[in-house]
Design a protein around this ligand. Structure first.
Ligand SMILES: [Zn+2]
Ligand SMILES: [Zn+2]
Length: 341
C-alpha cells in the first residue's frame, strides 16, 4: 500500500509499504479521505515534533475491510467509518471522568498514533464510528474537527437564544459557527479577512465584525448586544488582538473558551476584579471525548451540519506534500487527501 511519511520538517515522501496485518483485536480500514488539520501543518513546518518518520493524519474516514478474530463489536466488513485516531485507555482518571481527550496514556510509547495519510489503517473497535453509506466519506472525515467544536461549545455551556462571538473565521471558526447555529445561538463572527467574513455570512452568521479596526470591533459587538456583551466567546485565532477582543466583549456571566493552541504563552488581558464582578468563566478545550465524537458523526449523518462548503480542495495521496502546502497557504478551509487503495 501507499503511505505518506513525514521524514523531517517540510519533507514528505509517498512510499510503498507492507499493508498492515490485522491482529486479533484490530479492525483494518481502507482509508478514503483524511483532512489536513493544524497539527499536520505544524508537524510539517517543524513547529511541532513527534518522531520521524511518521505517517501524519488524524481526520480520516474509510471502509472496514477486515476484522480480527477477537473483535466482539457489531462492526462488519463494508461498514463506512469515521476514525477517532486518539488513544484512550478507558481506565485512567481522565478517561473515567469523561475527559478521555486528556487520557494519561494517549501518547505512551509503542501505540499507533495518527496514520491517516495511508491507504490502509489499523484501528481498535472503539476508534471506528460507523456512519451511514449515504454520508459521503469526504464529509465523514470532518467528524474529528466537528467533535472538537462540540466539546468547545459544551465547555461554555452554550444555550439556545444566547449570543456567541467566534473570533477567527478559519475552518475551525466556521465549524463552530455551524454547530452553534444548530444549537440555537445568535452567532457573531469576527476576523480581519473580509472575504472570510463574507463566507461566514453565507454560512449563516447573524452578524460579522471586521476585527482589523482594533477597538472598533468591540464597540460593534457591544452595539449588537444592547451594550451588554456576548454570553459566550470562542477564540479560534491565535492572534494577540483576539484575546483583547474576547476579554472586552464578554457580558455578565460570560463564558470564554480558548480553543486555539499557541506556540508561545500569551496572557489573557482580563483583570481579576472584572472577572469577579462579571462572574465570568474562562476555560480551554483541547480535542474531544467519545461522546463528542459520537455526536459529531450523528449531526453529520443527519445532515444537520453540512461541511461541503468547507472543502477547499481534494488531493491524491501521491501529492501529500503539495496538499499540506495548500493547507498552509492561509487561503483555504479544509484540504483533504484522497486515498486510492
Ligand atoms: Zn483535527
Ligand atoms: Zn486514559
Amino acid at each position: 500500500m501507499k503511505a505518506a511519511f513525514l521524514k523531517a520538517p517540510q519533507h514528505i515522501t509517498v512510499e510503498d509499504v507492507e499493508k498492515p496485518v490485522t491482529g486479533p483485536g484490530d479492525i483494518l480500514v481502507r482509508a478514503a479521505y483524511c483532512g489536513i488539520c493544524t497539527l499536520e501543518q505544524r508537524l510539517y513546518t517543524g513547529e511541532r515534533k513527534l518522531y520521524y518518520p511518521v505517517i501524519p493524519g488524524h481526520e480520516a474516514s474509510g471502509i472496514i475491510v477486515e476484522l480480527g478474530g477477537e473483535v466482539k463489536t457489531q462492526h462488519q466488513a463494508g461498514d463506512h467509518v469515521a476514525l477517532d485516531l486518539v488513544n484512550r485507555c478507558h481506565i485512567c482518571p481522565a478517561c473515567l471522568s469523561g475527559n478521555s481527550n486528556m487520557c494519561e496514556n494517549r501518547f505512551k510509547k509503542g501505540q499507533r498514533v495518527l496514520g491517516g495519510f495511508a491507504e490502509y489503517i489499523l484501528v481498535r473497535p472503539d476508534q471506528a464510528y460507523v456512519v451511514p453509506p449515504d454520508l459521503p466519506l469526504e464529509k465523514a472525515a470532518f467528524s474529528e474537527p466537528v467533535a472538537c467544536c462540540i466539546r468547545s461549545l459544551k465547555k461554555v455551556s452554550l444555550k439556545m437564544g444566547e449570543n456567541l462571538l467566534i473570533i477567527g473565521a478559519g475552518p475551525m471558526g466556521m465549524m463552530h459557527l455551524k454547530a452553534a447555529l444548530l444549537m440555537g445561538a445568535r452567532v457573531i463572527v469576527s476576523d480581519i479577512n473580509k472575504s472570510r467574513l463574507e463566507d461566514a455570512r453565507t454560512m449563516g452568521a447573524d452578524a460579522v465584525v471586521d476585527a482589523s479596526n482594533g477597538g472598533r470591533a468591540v464597540e460593534e459587538i457591544k452595539a449588537l448586544t444592547e451594550n451588554r456583551g456576548v454570553d459566550c466567546c470562542i477564540v479560534t485565532s491565535p492572534a494577540p488582538q483576539a484575546l483583547q477582543t474576547a476579554a472586552d466583549s464578554i457580558a455578565v456571566n460570560g463564558r470564554l473558551n480558548i480553543y486555539t493552541s499557541y506556540n508561545d504563552k500569551p496572557m489573557l488581558p482580563l483583570d481579576m476584579n472584572s472577572l469577579h464582578r462579571l462572574e465570568a468563566l474562562v476555560t480551554g478545550s483541547e480535542g474531544r471525548n467519545e461522546e463528542d465524537f459520537y455526536r459529531a458523526t450523528r449531526v453529520l449523518s443527519f445532515g444537520k451540519i453540512d461541511v461541503a462548503d468547507l472543502i477547499s480542495g481534494i488531493y491524491p495521496l501521491d501529492r501529500a506534500g503539495e496538499a499540506v502546502e495548500a493547507a498552509l497557504s492561509g487561503s483555504t478551509y479544509r484540504i483533504l487527501l484522497k486515498m486510492e487503495g
